[in-house]
Ligand binder design. Structure first.
Ligand code: FCB
Length: 443
């Protein structure tokens, strides 16, 4: 049988992504701790607890795993509530832990990508109004100055704010994240303040480290009208694309935040990204529906025929990855896939999902779009926000009772890909035979 292979650009970053609250454990000073301790907020009342015990030191063994399986990069985040436990207190020991993590990655020959805000806020900040308050971008900037000042020796790649679009939607529209509101006016303030916070962070990072590469990680949802003949579905899809996918990334390009019904000028945000970070998971078909729980969200379904993950969270639509990269390419900047993955405890869909999504990344890279790397979500199962431990996104599984890591077949598939800087038909045949015809179509 003849063998075929596809290859990625030289120097491609192959990593996985994590976030502080989801892996560290024992985070008791942020808004998610409070949320987890509010009845009814997390599925089955689950808690992050000690999570993957990274704060107990297990980050090191997980970095061993990443390194031993040929990953050459890792994305992790800094927990603001640890570094600044009170408005006037900086915790140097906590900062030292993050320095150790970054240094350790560098010593392993792995490139660190550091996220400065990944959904969680210190409790003291929440008490001051959190991101609804105009003071928060300034407070965030002070935190960024502190962190970048010590980490810049090891870190050059920064994500300021993870998924500002999800943060606003989940916290102020759907109410699944703290503060659990449904308040459009407040949502717009938060969106604008996140843009201001990003812009302030961008300028500070470049002041401290001129060679830094700074971006965000936008959750790009491939939203399409469910009924092509129905103009209202088209309108709704356009509205969602604008507010969810475009608004933030365009605001930090032009200095204008366009929320469809309201436009806000934030001039200091113009030109404040050096790369576009894309988190892509799935596609939604939306229909306008007067009876939908929220008319602005409409009724959402997955494309017919797409394989769906065990908890019904993600449909395997690799074409959406290509669409996301095309969108990112429109900004004329380098691109990083900062997250992509699927929750799949038994690892039945993940190998195929992984290979088919990477195939689309490869297609995009072949147009010479400047795609610099891919970070799989996630290295090890971790605490999935309001969905708790019911969703298992890790290459490695986690037994939360014993902290034992379970090596899923995807570990070896991803290792083979990272090592080869490419995908061969032999790998696909071995690990994801159901993807063979898509990635290497028969001639
Ligand atoms: C993204 C988040 C990340 C993780 C994945 C599954 O929206 O950035 O923390 O929860 O989804």
């Amino acid at each position: 049988m003849s063998e075929a292979a596809i290859h990625f650009p030289r120097g491609f970053l192959w990593g996985s992504a994590t976030a502080s609250h989801q892996v560290e454990g024992r985070n008791t000073n942020n808004n998610w701790y409070a949320w987890e301790n509010t009845p009814g907020k997390i599925i089955e009342g689950q808690k992050s607890g000690i999570a993957c015990d990274w704060w107990g030191g297990r980050w090191k063994e997980d970095f061993d795993r990443a390194q031993q399986t040929a990953q050459n990069a890792h994305r992790f985040s800094i927990e603001w509530s640890r570094v600044q436990p009170k408005p006037d207190v900086w915790d140097d020991e906590a900062l030292d832990v993050y320095v150790s993590m970054a240094r350790d990655l560098v010593h392993r020959g792995m490139t660190p990508l550091v996220t400065l805000h990944h959904f969680t806020d210190p409790l003291w900040l929440t008490e001051k109004g959190g991101w609804e308050s105009g003071e928060t971008p300034v407070l965030f900037a002070a935190f960024v100055r502190k962190v970048v000042g010590v980490l810049k020796e090891y870190v050059k790649l920064w994500v300021t704010i993870n998924e500002p679009n999800v943060y606003v939607l989940s916290g102020w529209v759907e109410g699944a994240f703290p503060p659990g509101k449904n308040d459009l006016t407040a949502a717009m303030h938060v969106y604008a303040n996140l843009v201001r916070g990003h812009a302030a962070a961008y300028h500070i990072i470049h002041e401290l480290q001129p060679e830094a590469q700074v971006g965000t990680a936008i959750n790009y949802r491939s939203v399409q009208p469910a009924r092509k003949w129905m103009p209202l579905d088209g309108l709704l899809a356009n509205f969602q694309r604008q507010v969810f996918n475009n608004a933030f990334a365009v605001a930090i390009t032009t200095g204008k935040l366009d929320l469809y019904f309201r436009k806000i000028k934030i001039p200091e945000a113009a030109g404040t990204q050096d790369f576009v970070g894309v988190n892509y998971y799935s596609r939604d078909l939306v229909s306008f529906d007067l009876e939908a729980a929220d008319i602005r969200l409409g009724t959402r379904t997955f494309p017919a025929g797409a394989a769906v993950s065990p908890t019904g969270f993600i449909a395997n639509v690799p074409a959406g990855m290509y669409e996301a990269l095309k969108w990112a390419h429109g900004f004329n900047l380098p691109i990083l896939v900062t997250e992509n993955g699927v929750e799949d405890n038994l690892d039945t869909l993940r190998p195929r999902y992984l290979v088919e999504h990477l195939h689309q990344v490869w297609r995009a890279a072949n147009f010479n779009w400047s795609i610099k790397g891919y970070f799989h979500w996630s290295l090890v199962d971790n605490f999935e926000w309001e969905r708790g431990w019911t969703q298992r996104f890790g290459l490695w599984g986690l037994n939360t009772e014993t902290q034992e890591r379970i090596r899923r077949p995807s570990v070896d598939l991803y290792a083979a890909i990272c090592k080869e800087n490419g995908i061969s038909s032999q790998m696909v045949r071995q690990y994801a035979p159901d993807a063979l015809d898509t990635v290497f179509p028969p001639v």
